[in-house]
Design a protein. Structure first.
Length: 501
């Protein structure tokens, strides 16, 4: 009895037998046509096609017996274009003074073709990098996270090969010391296996082809650099011919660069740069503009400002060049001077604080407050007449001693050696009135206290006991009840209020 798995396998075999062999042939031809066309040969390529698997391509190459990985190097059109570029690389353009390259010149189509060719070479190098990475991940899978740049990755892979001890290999001319240390430590702990000889040879051939494509790219950039003075003189005066050629090719042409805003220009041609050690992030993005001498010569704390300035001025210079104005590059030179002036001004230290002198005092008498309240305070806390006389003691003569003031170190105040009577302090009328009222109250209270003599005392002198304590009021008779009204000395008391007639 057949199982469920056997029935599924039988269904798959039936589907394969029903498939038409002519359809397979057409599919192979279609795939072959797309592969031969690529970026250079075919005009009907679809940008949404899936990227072919590197292992499948490698196996097909093994079966066909072809040792080359790059299809661009096999293309005849690419070879003819590179020959023409190498011939004209050292030639100088025959331009009249004060003129730029225009669309009517015979060399202009070659320049525009080279702008797009640089991007096609970069894409082909990325495909080779993926191919080598997929193969070498069996040996050293952690390498791609340490070395991010495709060209550096291929150089490191070519040097390592199947070597196990990486301490014997020198990477100092390719990578920084931090990356070399990371590769050495990671390689000692990796779980990869040694590659077979055929895969290793195929990978080495792919690395050589990538280096050859990189040489072709350098020749194209040198050719564009020699034509920058005629194509974009202002941008060349601002950034330099080499950097201007790279920026224009990365942007896809001068017109595309002129249409870009400044925030996009600073990211043109950006590449991931690995940051190891104490870096806060793993990668850092750098555009082509970052390699300008204007930015590299600026201190780190002002580089963000420099990048924004250079990106904005690059857009202005590209627009001037696209309209074929200022063919001698005067605008680019002026923009460069403005950037240098702005950066130098930003780096100046703040001005030192100047010490301001105090304003001259005004000799005008100030307005003084008056009024009753102010006069009272002045009288209370003002200088007394006695103090004034003490301060006016004649110099050089000792004052007369006074038993009351000798502890204070003061004597009797005098003027010109003669004692002077101290004048009483002036008393206000209100104080005088208050003092008079207080004196009257004291007199009334004293009169109400009784008619006793001030010489009366509670001590009595007797011949028996001598001094005796006695109460002088004890012998006084207490008044009887009703004495106030019925005594012989009492007068008439009128209780009723007299009536007014």
């Amino acid at each position: 009895m057949a199982t469920l798995a056997d029935s599924f396998l039988q269904d798959l075999e039936d589907l394969e037998e029903e498939r038409d062999p002519e359809d397979d042939a057409m599919a192979r031809k279609k795939g072959k046509g797309k592969k031969q066309g690529g970026v250079l040969g075919g005009a009907d390529d679809d940008s949404d096609d899936d990227i072919p698997d590197a292992i499948a391509v490698f196996e097909m190459g093994e079966k066909s017996g072809s040792s080359s990985v790059s299809e661009m190097l096999k293309n005849d059109e690419f070879q003819k274009l590179m020959d023409e570029v190498r011939e004209r690389k050292d030639e100088q353009p025959a331009l009249e003074l004060g003129k730029q390259l225009s669309e009517e010149d015979t060399e202009y189509p070659l320049i525009t073709r080279c702008n797009s060719l640089v991007r096609e070479i970069d894409d082909e190098m990325l495909n080779i990098h993926r191919f080598v990475r997929d193969i070498y991940s069996k040996k050293f899978p952690e390498l791609e996270s340490i070395v991010v740049s495709p060209l550096d990755y291929l150089q490191v892979v070519q040097r390592i090969g199947n070597t196990k001890d990486l301490t014997t290999i020198d990477f100092s001319d390719i990578l920084p010391n931090t990356a070399v240390m990371a590769i050495t430590v990671t390689a000692s702990m990796t779980a990869g296996s040694t590659l077979p000889r055929q895969e290793l040879e195929k990978m080495m051939v792919a690395c050589d082809e990538a280096f050859l494509l990189n040489d072709c790219k350098r020749d194209v950039l040198l050719y564009l650099e020699s034509r920058m003075s005629g194509l974009a003189p202002n941008l060349s005066a601002l950034l330099g011919a080499a950097l201007a050629a790279k920026l224009i090719t990365a942007a896809g042409g001068l017109l595309n660069l002129a249409r870009m805003p400044a925030q996009n220009i600073m990211l043109v041609g950006s590449m991931k740069k690995a940051l190891l050690g104490m870096a806060t992030s793993s990668y850092h993005t750098q555009g082509i503009v970052m390699f300008s001498d204007l930015i590299l010569s600026t201190p780190m704390e002002f580089r963000n400002r420099a990048v924004k300035l250079v990106s904005g001025k690059c857009g202005l210079a590209a627009r001037v060049d696209s309209f074929h104005e200022s063919p001698l590059g005067q605008v680019g030179t002026q923009l460069r001077e403005k950037i240098l002036q702005s950066l130098s001004k930003a780096q100046e230290p703040p001005p030192a604080k100047q010490k301001k002198t105090l304003p001259p005092p005004e000799d005008k008498p100030r307005s003084k407050r008056g009024g009753k309240r102010h006069r009272r305070i002045k009288e209370k806390y003002g200088q007394t007449e006695f103090k004034k006389l003490v301060n006016r003691v004649k110099f050089g003569e000792a004052p007369e001693d006074n038993i009351y003031t000798e502890d204070w170190g003061l004597g009797i105040p005098f003027f010109e050696g003669k004692p002077v009577a101290i004048k009483g302090q002036k008393v206000s009328k209100e104080k005088q009135l208050q003092q008079h009222i207080k004196a009257q109250k004291r007199q009334r209270s004293a009169a109400a206290a009784g008619n006793e003599s001030g010489l009366s005392s509670s001590l009595a002198f007797t011949p028996v006991q001598g001094i005796e304590l006695a109460n002088p009021n004890a012998a006084r008779k207490a008044p009887d009840v009703g004495e106030k009204y019925f005594s012989t000395s009492a007068g008439f008391v009128n209780l009723a209020t007299p009536m007014r007639i």
